[in-house]
Design a binder for this molecule. Structure first.
Ligand SMILES: NC(=O)c1ccc[n+]([C@@H]2O[C@H](COP(=O)([O-])OP(=O)(O)OC[C@H]3O[C@@H](n4cnc5c(N)ncnc54)[C@H](O)[C@@H]3O)[C@@H](O)[C@H]2O)c1
Length: 439
């Protein structure tokens, strides 16, 4: 079946409240960017929801509306922002400290940015070793802190007059953790919150609070947050869409562009060495081995899944894959990522590809954050709940149904995203078969 007639999508009426956990480089670049675009001071480059078109029907029909005209998305003028951080700086100060956007632009946006004063965060030093927050909620138990977050959500809903909310984690990467018994059922998880179980991360406290309040949640960092079966259960029970994890931006974005191309041409790989320098707060946090391990896990998984060494042992068996991140303060947010890719072709003759990507991390992440909040809001209005795999396009480690491997190939991810939008609107899915043109 290629058509779906019955998805009814509630209109995007009223304001959409966006709550960011973390008011650092990504969050402030996203918020300041939206405010700049609203004022005609810049263009939403990198955002599919704002710029991309979607082909409908046959190639001969000439129907290619913009995505934002095809599905009912919240308009940028209807977005209002709030959030949390473990430091008190308002978004203007935080954006200046992040050093991504020019001061002259930030000065033009001083009014909306100073109005964003982060609420106190839920923090646990064991989860982010390098930060020493000063703007932190005090509570006797993790459950009490979750209730405080729920109160913050409710207060923002009322004060902003927003008709709908979305929460996005733009907080620091937490140390590597695996799901344990406490994460398995909602009852156990809630018991753990009451008992201050050390295996419940701050990010999970926010996620729990969001889901309890029926608010969609996206995880932009690699930490274990929504993957706990208890939280998946809660998302389904409350009919809330969720997605994660880890924004796909610099080097992994490049990897998921190039690896599918090598595989498409059946070219082999003996090794892929990736190294980065970056000097922002994210880089400082990732300098801690526990936080780096979380990042490394998501970065490493990509190539194995795309190249499928089990299906193509003569091309991809045992390739070496190393990822390094080096904290180097002089660069700030202007990261540089190098890739050395050792490949082989016809008769096994070796070749090399070198990439030197002088990227700006948060400039790449901001449109991703924008698209995610707009699409999660759309999903909720369309009655879609639980993991939104069609948003894999935006993530380094896309969440999938348990037991299903994630799709990392960016072109498959894009097709999936667009076909989901077509399906929502009852349009034919596009298979690229195209035999009808030759009948
Ligand atoms: N392109 C990118 O920049 C990119 C790509 C993929 C993933 N990420 C991830 O996105 C996240 C944000 O990146 P960034 O560059 O903005 O980092 P950042 O360090 O500039 O900002 C993170 C902010 O989160 C705050 N924070 C930490 N723990 C918190 C808590 N428990 N509650 C509330 N606030 C908390 C910090 O104080 C900081 O202000 C990081 O986890 C990063 O790994 C970023």
């Amino acid at each position: 079946m290629s058509k779906q007639e019955n998805v009814s999508i509630a209109p995007a009426e009223g304001k959409l409240g966006i709550m960011t956990v973390g008011c650092g480089a990504v969050a402030t670049t996203f918020i300041a960017g939206v405010e700049a675009i609203k004022r005609g001071l810049g263009l939403p480059i990198g955002s599919l929801t704002q710029l991309a078109t979607i082909r409908l029907g046959k190639r001969t029909e000439g129907r290619s509306p913009r995505i934002k005209d095809f599905v009912p998305l919240a308009g940028l003028e209807d977005l209002v922002f709030a959030g949390w951080d473990i430091f008190e700086d308002d978004a203007y100060e935080a954006a200046k400290n992040a050093g991504v956007l020019e001061n002259s632009l930030l000065d033009n946006l001083k009014e909306p940015l100073t109005a964003f004063k982060p609420m106190k965060g839920v923090f646990d030093q064991d989860y982010v070793k390098r930060l020493h927050g000063t703007h932190i909620k005090e509570g006797r138990s993790k459950m009490e802190k979750a209730e405080m977050v729920m109160q913050d959500i409710e207060d923002f809903r009322k004060s902003s007059g927003a008709s709908r909310l979305v929460i996005i984690w733009c907080g620091s990467t937490e140390v590597f953790h695996k799901p344990v018994a406490i994460h398995q059922t909602l009852a156990d998880f809630e018991c753990g919150l009451q008992k201050n179980d050390p295996d419940i991360a701050p990010s999970q406290i926010y996620a729990y609070a969001a889901l309890k309040m029926g608010v969609p949640f996206a995880n932009g960092a690699p930490n274990l947050t929504l993957e706990a079966p208890a939280l998946l259960e809660l998302a389904r029970e409350r009919q809330v869409p969720i997605c994660g994890k880890d924004f796909k931006t610099g080097q992994t974005f490049m990897k998921t562009l190039i690896a599918p191309g090598l595989k498409a041409r059946m070219l082999g790989l003996t090794g892929w060495f990736s190294t980065n320098i970056l000097g922002n707060r994210d880089g400082e946090v990732l300098d801690d081995p526990g936080s780096f391990k979380t990042k490394e896990e998501t970065k490493l998984s990509v190539l194995d899944q795309i190249l499928q060494p089990n299906l193509y042992p003569e091309l991809y068996k045992n390739f070496h894959h190393c990822v390094r991140i080096n904290y180097y303060p002089p660069r700030g947010d202007a990261k540089e990522g190098w890739d050395n890719i050792d490949i082989f072709g016809w008769l096994g003759y070796p070749m090399q590809i070198k990439i030197d990507f002088l990227c700006r991390d948060s400039i790449l992440a901001a449109p991703v954050a924008l698209d995610l909040v707009l699409f999660l809001d759309l999903a909720q209005r369309a009655g879609m709940k639980g993991i939104q795999e069609w948003l894999s396009f935006y993530f380094k480690a896309p969440m999938t149904a348990p037991g299903l491997y994630p799709e990392h190939d960016i072109f498959i991810q894009l097709m999936k995203l667009k076909n989901t939008l077509r399906w929502m609107r009852g349009e034919d899915l596009i298979t690229h078969l195209g035999l009808e043109y030759y009948d």
